[in-house]
Design a protein around this ligand. Structure first.
Ligand SMILES: Nc1ncnc2c1ncn2[C@@H]1O[C@H](COP(=O)(O)OP(=O)(O)OP(=O)(O)O)[C@@H](O)[C@H]1O
Ligand SMILES: O=P(O)(O)OC[C@H]1O[C@H](OP(=O)(O)OP(=O)(O)O)[C@H](O)[C@@H]1O
Ligand SMILES: [Mg+2]
Length: 287
């Protein structure tokens, strides 16, 4: 079985690793992780995990050392790599942004003309500025970028922002977004048909998990005369299940709705006569 394994590179430890491991576990894939072990073969799915630094993952996938990888789109796009993005994973969402010292006025991007910018993403940053007609000097550093203006290393920075907390604690303000990022699954461009079949199975499982995460199972009670009104508000996978309750004239309705829709329709459900509304998580959803 091991020669037919698909090999996937995931981050050993950092902002991508917990959610990556959680996703594969939710897909029902059993494997050991943590500690100093850098390789792990699943006991119930034909996959081998390699635990690596995230920066190395696109190169390994391009070269075929790994067949698949999980990496931030920001890291992938910084270096041109011939790999396929096969799935947006929806976690490690962040943006690459330009920032300047908080006390300085900001008018527009032209302000960066001829200025020095500290960044770990010189290609994405300079391409973005050039597209906007601005030529700046990139000062590449590999981390702690937010310190650069305060120690006189650069006039501005371009780095990853999520909550904005790091910018704030370092006296900086975000002035323009260069790139929106999230974790993606990448694949080698020339997978064998056997490996492609394993990838298809894996993507099927990921889709089922992701669908479940966006949906909620809703159970509610309603009197017979209000069933049609309430049903009209519930999209469901097909139509809702309607089950009689022990109390005559009352029914229980079961349905699936998008989490985003839920808060929009909850008031309407109550107005239409729904009572005792329960909202439950869905582990997996197969269409
Ligand atoms: N604050 C954040 N919130 C959400 N996602 C983030 C955040 N910071 C980084 N990311 C995303 O997670 C990826 C990995 O970030 P991390 O900080 O763990 O990288 P790293 O320090 O380079 O790790 P490694 O040791 O593997 O090289 C980034 O490339 C980005 O896509
Ligand atoms: O907007 P925030 O929520 O504050 O997040 C942004 C920070 O998160 C990342 O660093 P991380 O904490 O992963 O440390 P690292 O630089 O060691 O990778 C990124 O490089 C920023 O510094
Ligand atoms: Mg890294």
């Amino acid at each position: 079985m091991s020669t037919n394994n698909i090999r996937i590179a995931v981050q050993k430890s950092g902002r991508l690793s917990d959610d990556s491991l959680k996703l594969f576990k939710e897909c029902g894939i059993k494997f050991e992780s943590g500690g100093s072990k850098l390789r792990s073969i699943s006991s119930n799915f034909p996959i081998e995990f390699l635990f690596l630094r995230d920066d190395d993952i696109p190169g390994y996938v391009e070269d075929g050392v790994a067949d698949l990888g999980v990496v931030g789109l920001n890291v992938l796009m910084e270096h041109t790599r011939k790999v396929d993005v096969v799935k947006e994973l929806g976690f490690s969402k962040c943006r690459l942004s330009l920032a300047i010292p908080r006390g300085e006025n900001y008018t527009d991007l032209k302000q960066f003309e001829g200025k020095s910018i500290a960044t770990s993403y010189p290609n994405l940053t300079s391409q973005f500025l050039l597209k906007n007609g601005v030529k700046a000097e990139m000062h590449e550093i590999s981390g702690s970028v937010e310190i650069a203006p305060s120690i006189g290393l650069a006039e501005g920075i371009c780095d990853i922002v999520s909550t904005g907390g790091t910018l704030l604690s370092n006296g900086l303000k975000e002035v323009a977004t260069v790139f929106q990022s999230q974790a993606v699954m990448i694949a080698n461009a020339t997978l064998s048909s056997e490996k492609q079949a394993i990838l298809d199975k894996l993507l099927f499982r990921i889709d089922s998990v992701q669908r479940g995460q966006n949906a909620k199972y809703v159970v509610l009670n309603v009197q017979e005369q209000n069933i049609d009104k309430v049903t009209a508000l519930l999209p469901g996978m097909k139509s809702p299940s309607v089950l009689p309750l022990a109390t005559k004239g009352w029914f229980s309705l079961h349905s699936v709705i998008e989490e985003n829709d839920f808060w929009n329709i909850i008031e309407n459900l109550r107005d239409a006569g729904a009572e005792g509304i329960l909202v439950l998580p869905i582990e997996k959803m197969i269409l």
